[in-house]
Each structure stands twice: as structure tokens, then as C-alpha cells.
Design a protein around this ligand. Structure first.
Ligand code: CDT
Length: 308
């Protein structure tokens, strides 16, 4: 038995500050059309796909940043993408900044089915970086100023003939993200990211960015018996070099397809969702082998408490 879902990680190269949403959507539509030619059923775009990664700049008055956020989805700029995807019968996952009607600011991904219906909108759980301006940095990573952490945690939805989950960028570094979805039977996790290669707090990690990216997604996939689709906005964006290396990881932990460039590029794989069972029913048979009664620290405690 096989449940094949043909998926494309639609990596984007840099989006500069002056690039309009219309220009970006046109690039995304080019990738969508290329995907259609390969029989792709689901196209996954990066985190904050419609704009440049604006948390690299700090503004004292946050309302000056309002223009980076969407107020609704779809909207006038993205409607052509929604319409064309539905016409082609392709679903997609789109990352963007959302300023909602109550004035809350979220970093989100919306998953859209092949018939154009919205499956879910996930808001990022783990918000990295800093809250305040740090003028001594070569660039800011002020996500904690621009976005609230979602209180909702990680959902899993029946869509695309399987059990689909979402996470966003920094979420992929945390084993809890995968496990929360693993405990809901997730079969494919969709994850957009923007990862500057230069990590200001500890530059010794710069040369390891690609290694760490693969490490976390491969281990998360394997330990939870799930596919993981990781999609970058890579290349040099406003002078900041960002990791590309979009990849599709199998439940075995193997990378089955990976980007060759740091530009707009489709990474395609035929993913058998039934392959997940090989791991979920053997080594990672959670019901048989997990020991939640001795894991109380994981939800009961945030930071480290060392023994006396
Ligand atoms: N977008 C995002 O979450 N990026 C972070 C960068 C490192 S924290 C400054 C990441 O985990 O890739």
C-alpha cells in the first residue's frame, strides 16, 4: 500500500526591501507553474515569503512596520496565487506576517488545500532573537519585538490524504515541536525558514548552520516517523547571507531531495505517507515504549534547575 503525495519545497532567493508583493507573488507563481509540470500536489513556500526578513531592522515606533504585515489572507496581492493554485488543483503553504484585527502581530503559515479551502493558519511558537534594539550588531534579529509567541501550540490536520503539521523556522530546532505533532500522529511537517548564516551571539556556529539545519530536521523526522519539508528564503538579502539548503526529509531521517542553489528553486519528492508507519509501529511505537510518567520536567519546567 502506498499513499503518495508529491510535494515541492519552493525555495525563494532573496526578497529585497523594495521588492513589491506583486513581484514576489509573480516569482511564486512561476514556481507554482513549474510544480504543475511535475505533478506536484502541494507547494511549500518559506517563512515571511512575501517580504524581506524585516526583523533585521529596528524601528522605535512599531506602527512604522505595519506595512510588512498582511491584514487578511487571501488579500488583493495574494489572491492571484490562490486563484491559480486552485485552477491547477495544487495546494500550498504560505508564510507571512499577520497583524490581526485585535492588533496582535504573528509570524504565521497558512495551509491551503487543492480546492482552495484554508486548512489552518499556524502561528510560530518559538520566537528567537531579541526584544530591544541592539545597535552594536551588524544586523538585528528583533523577532521578539515584532511577533508574539503563539499560545496555541502545535496542531495536526487531516488534509492532502494524510496528517499534516506546521512549524516555522526556529521551531525546528526544538524537539518538543516535533513530539507535540508526533503525538497527534503527524505524517508530514511543513516548515519555512529564514536563517542568517552569521549568528551574532556566537559566530563559531556560522560554519555549522547547514549542519544544524539538517541535524534537527533529520532527527525530528526519524524520532517521530514523519516527513519534514524544510523551505528556505536564502541568499544575500539586504546584505545578510541566509542559509538555503531547503530539503525534504523522509521518516527514516534520510534527505531525499535538497536545493542546489540559494535562489528560487523547486525541490520535489514523491512522499509515501504510509512509510511513516514503519517507524511509528516499530522503534517509535509511542504507546508501547514512551514513559510520560518520568518526563514531567518537560512540561513542568522551562529553564535548567541543576542538582544541589
Ligand atoms: N527566523 C528564524 O527563526 N531564524 C532563526 C535564526 C536564529 S536565532 C537569531 C533560526 O532558528 O533559524
Amino acid at each position: 500500500m502506498a499513499r503518495i503525495l508529491t510535494v515541492a519545497a519552493a525555495q525563494l532567493g532573496p526578497v529585497q526591501r523594495d521588492d513589491s508583493r506583486k513581484q514576489v507573488v509573480a516569482r511564486m507563481m512561476d514556481l507554482l507553474h513549474e510544480a504543475a509540470g511535475h505533478g506536484v500536489e502541494l507547494v511549500v513556500y518559506p517563512e515571511l515569503a512575501l517580504t524581506t526578513f524585516f526583523p533585521r531592522w529596528f524601528v522605535d515606533d512599531i506602527t512604522e512596520a505595519d506595512h510588512w504585515y498582511e491584514r487578511s489572507m487571501p488579500n488583493a496581492e495574494t489572491q492571484p496565487l490562490f486563484d491559480e493554485a486552485r485552477r491547477l488543483g495544487i495546494g500550498f503553504c504560505l508564510g507571512y506576517a499577520l497583524l490581526d484585527d485585535e492588533g496582535h502581530r504573528w509570524n504565521v503559515q497558512t495551509l491551503v488545500e487543492r480546492d482552495g479551502t484554508i486548512v489552518a493558519t499556524y502561528a510560530k511558537t518559538h520566537i528567537p532573537g531579541h526584544e530591544h534594539n541592539e545597535p552594536d550588531r551588524p544586523f538585528q534579529h528583533a523577532e521578539r519585538y515584532y511577533f508574539e509567541p503563539s499560545p496555541n501550540g502545535f496542531g495536526v490536520w487531516r488534509a492532502f490524504g494524510g496528517l499534516m503539521g506546521m512549524m516555522i523556522c526556529n521551531d525546528r530546532r526544538w524537539p518538543e515541536s516535533y513530539r507535540e505533532m508526533g503525538l497527534q500522529g503527524v505524517e508530514m511537517i511543513l516548515c519555512g525558514y529564514n536563517t542568517p548564516i552569521h549568528y551574532v551571539p556566537d559566530p563559531s556556529q556560522d560554519i555549522l548552520q547547514g549542519f544544524h539545519n539538517a541535524l534537527v530536521m533529520q532527527s525530528g523526522a526519524y524520532q517521530n516517523g514523519t516527513w519534514v519539508v524544510g523551505v528556505a528564503k536564502g541568499g544575500v538579502e539586504e546584505g545578510v547571507d541566509s542559509l538555503a539548503q531547503s530539503m525534504i526529509v523522509a521518516p527514516s531521517g534520510q534527505i531525499v531531495a535538497q536545493a542546489l542553489t540559494a535562489d528560487d528553486e523547486l525541490v520535489i519528492a514523491r512522499c509515501d505517507l504510509d512509510w511513516c508507519q514503519r517507524y511509528k509501529e516499530t522503534l517509535f511505537d509511542f504507546d508501547r515504549y514512551r514513559r510520560p510518567e518520568v518526563y514531567s520536567r518537560i512540561t513542568g519546567q522551562r529553564g535548567v534547575i541543576e542538582p544541589h
